[in-house]
Structure formats: structure tokens, C-alpha cells
Design a binder for this molecule. Structure first.
Ligand SMILES: [Ca+2]
Ligand SMILES: [Ca+2]
Length: 266
């Protein structure tokens, strides 16, 4: 009898320890406040033309042309570089000099001036445009407003997956105040500075369509999100390493998070 009682006691302790580890994992996994997410797409639907927004705002995206394929996490969108696009219906982005962070993964189809995420009309200071900056046979992550730009130095057009983060810190007022991260690494800054007053009224956010003489996005696109805060380097790395779903602690239905799959990734 004593043996049985001891094994019961051991089992009880195992349950307590396992539960404790699970709670620790969950609380450690959710590193971001869901209320700071303006829109976020995992592109894990695998079919159809609607990108489900996992934020609390219900800003589903309207996909035109892009097809699903294997992504960094689950599936992603494959853009043909000719006319494929996504419109965040009814959402015109973040305005003025408000802080913001845009994150996404890309694996490009070639070296060109890929258009990744943009909003605002093409007017001085009002446009907000995240795209590829051409540098010979390479290209770099770039953010621009009409009249100014800021771009990094790491080549992102090598047909490998890269994680991008474009951070406009709180209290900033010009395009070169942005901090750009490629694969979690802070980029050097090049370009001409320009005061910002981003227009958040006149143009919906698009992901793929180009402006002026640039090009449609060509290649793979996964895990995009826009935040209304300036994320830290640690938060950006957590998103990159664990995926948006785990970093936000929500599942695609918006229910309380955390499957074993997400914990394993962590
Ligand atoms: Ca995905
Ligand atoms: Ca097409």
C-alpha cells in the first residue's frame, strides 16, 4: 500500500510541475499587447481570397491574384509580380507622426523595387511606403514618404526568407527617425530626411500594389502586422522567432491562445 501511495504522490507532483511549466510557457509566449495590433494576417487560410485579420479590429484583407503556398509559419501568399495585390478594406493606416511598427516576412522572386506595404497619397510627407531599394544587383529594406526616404544595407533580394520590421519610434517626426530591422538586425540609415505627416484618411492600406514607377511585389509574403506602438528589438525578435500567433497569444479564431504546436516552436 505504501508503494501505491508513493506513486500517487509522485503523480500529483508531476501534474503540478507540468501545469506550472505550461503556465510559465503561456505567460512567456504572449509578449505583445493585443490592443496594440491594428491588423495582422497569418495567411494560414490556404485557400480563398479573404485574409483573416487576427487582431481585435476585424480588418480582413481582400486578396486579388496571390495564391497560397508553404510559408515560414503555415502557409503564405505567393505574388506573381504582375498585378497581384491585397487591400485592407476600410483601413487607411496610421497618421501624422504617431508611432507605428510594420512587420512581415518576404522571400523575393527577383531583384526589383518590390512594393510591400503602403498607404497615404503621393504627396510630400503624406505617403507611407515600405518597399525595396535597388542597389545594383541587390536590394534593401526601405521606407519612404514623398520627399524623403530611409533604407538599410543588408541584401534582402537573395531569394531567401527575410524578416522585416519598420519602426517609427514615439516622439519622432521625420522619415530618418525610423529604425529598420532585417532578420532582427538594426540597419544603418541612408537617404534624405523629410518631415512626416502621414495621411490616414485617403488611401486604404495595400500590400503588393506599386506607386509611380516602382513594381508589384514578386515572391512570397507571410505574417504581416501593423502595430500602433514602437516595438522593441526584443519584441521584434520574439515575433520573428516564435511567429505572430504565439507572440500575440491568440489563435486565428481570436480565442485564448496556445496550442502545443506553438509551445514547441517556442
Ligand atoms: Ca503563415
Ligand atoms: Ca496575377
Amino acid at each position: 500500500m505504501r508503494v501505491i501511495s508513493r506513486s500517487k504522490s509522485t503523480l500529483a507532483w508531476l501534474i503540478i510541475i507540468t501545469f506550472g511549466l505550461l503556465v510559465t510557457a503561456i505567460s512567456h509566449t504572449a509578449v505583445l499587447d493585443p490592443k496594440t495590433v491594428e491588423v495582422a494576417y497569418l495567411f494560414d487560410e490556404g485557400k480563398g481570397t479573404t485574409a483573416k485579420d487576427i487582431s481585435e479590429n476585424g480588418r480582413d484583407g481582400d486578396i486579388s491574384g496571390a495564391k497560397y503556398t508553404k510559408g515560414v509559419f503555415g502557409t503564405c501568399l505567393d505574388y506573381d509580380g504582375k498585378d497581384d495585390n491585397l487591400v485592407v478594406t476600410g483601413y487607411a493606416g496610421i497618421g501624422g507622426t504617431d508611432p507605428r511598427t510594420t512587420v512581415f516576412w518576404v522571400k523575393v522572386g527577383d531583384t526589383r523595387e518590390h512594393s510591400w506595404v503602403k498607404w497615404g497619397p503621393n504627396l510630400t510627407g503624406e505617403k507611407y511606403y515600405i518597399r525595396a531599394h535597388l542597389r545594383g544587383a541587390e536590394c534593401n529594406l526601405r521606407v519612404e514618404v514623398a520627399g524623403g526616404q530611409n533604407y538599410g544595407a543588408d541584401n534582402v533580394c537573395d531569394k531567401e526568407w527575410h524578416h522585416m520590421a519598420v519602426v517609427f519610434p514615439k516622439g519622432s517626426d521625420a522619415v530618418k527617425d525610423h529604425d529598420l530591422y532585417v532578420d532582427g538586425k538594426l540597419q544603418s540609415k541612408e537617404g534624405t530626411d523629410q518631415a512626416m505627416d502621414t495621411n490616414d484618411k485617403d488611401q486604404e492600406v495595400t500590400m503588393g500594389d506599386f506607386l509611380a514607377h516602382h513594381n508589384f511585389m514578386f515572391g512570397l509574403f507571410d505574417e504581416v502586422a501593423i502595430f500602433n506602438v514602437d516595438l522593441t528589438e526584443d519584441q521584434i525578435k520574439a515575433i520573428m522567432d516564435n511567429g505572430l500567433q504565439a507572440a500575440l497569444g491568440v489563435d486565428p479564431q481570436g480565442k485564448l491562445a496556445t496550442s502545443w504546436g506553438m509551445l514547441k516552436k517556442y
